[in-house]
Design a protein around this ligand. Structure first.
Ligand SMILES: Nc1ncnc2c1ncn2[C@@H]1O[C@H](COP(=O)(O)OP(=O)(O)OP(=O)(O)O)[C@@H](O)[C@H]1O
Ligand SMILES: [Mg+2]
Length: 224
């Protein structure tokens, strides 16, 4: 199964979500997991893996396949889809051919979105692009919004209004959000998976959040 994580908004949490989801599914020894890094900046294949090798952390519990080229991405995704049980595709924060190709090859698209008007606008554009990619492929590509970097402690009025807006517009979203928590930031900064971070209360909370997200995603994949 191929799950693309996309939004034209930079910094909304695509790479962090890809790393987090790949590492929680990699906990299941019956599953083989890969991330395809399709971002020309290669945040995972170059930056994250580079940090890992600097720190001598060894191979990650999932494969990382770099392919920042839109002329080969469809072949890469086809190979990855047959070679691994679950493939997460990390994309650049722009709307372009690469994102459309990835969406068209996906079983599910996740659109990360921070609770802000600008992210909401970008998420709307991403959902439209996914619909169009589906039309070109003559199928409906399932898509869900994933709220990211939400505040674990305070539910602001603007956040509540945003949720109401999404729900009223019938926009499908994951019930589990990727909360704003320091450990999620450390994953990218330290080249570790969430499960490799030194144990602390905040890491334990981030792990609970991640396990819940993984559970919701597997339920969706089973139903699709
Ligand atoms: N849930 C979170 N809690 C705390 N920090 C986060 C969280 N998600 C992302 N971040 C931090 O926010 C920044 C942007 O996240 P990330 O790189 O995942 O976004 P992106 O959508 O992949 O960006 P780009 O479009 O540039 O590829 C990073 O510094 C990351 O560590
Ligand atoms: Mg990224």
């Amino acid at each position: 199964m191929i799950i693309s994580i996309l939004s034209p908004k930079g910094g909304c949490g695509k790479s962090t979500s890809a790393l987090t989801l790949a590492s929680v599914f990699a906990k299941n020894p019956d599953l083989s997991i890969a991330i395809v890094d399709a971002d020309p900046r290669q945040s995972i294949a170059r930056v994250w893996l580079g940090k890992r090798s600097e720190e001598g952390l060894g191979v990650p519990p999932f494969a990382v396949i770099p392919d920042p080229s839109d002329s080969s991405i469809l072949d890469t995704l086809e190979d990855a889809g047959s070679g691994y049980d679950l493939v997460f595709v990390d994309l650049e924060g722009v709307a372009g051919l690469m994102a459309s190709y990835a969406a068209s090859a996906s079983d599910l698209c996740l659109v990360p979105m921070r609770p802000s008007a600008l992210d909401g606008d970008a998420a709307g554009a991403a959902l439209k692009m996914i619909r169009d990619a589906g039309k070109a492929a003559r199928r409906t590509i399932p898509a869900r919004i994933l709220l990211t970097q939400t505040d674990a402690a305070i539910m602001t009025k603007s956040y509540r209004e945003l949720i109401d807006e999404l729900d009223t517009a019938g926009i499908a979203r994951l019930r589990t959000e990727l909360m704003r928590r320091a450990p999620f930031e450390r994953v990218m900064a330290e080249g570790k998976t969430l499960f490799e971070l030194d144990q602390s209360r905040s890491v334990a909370s981030a792990v609970i959040n991640t396990v819940q997200l993984g559970q919701e995603l597997s339920d969706i994949l089973e139903a699709e």
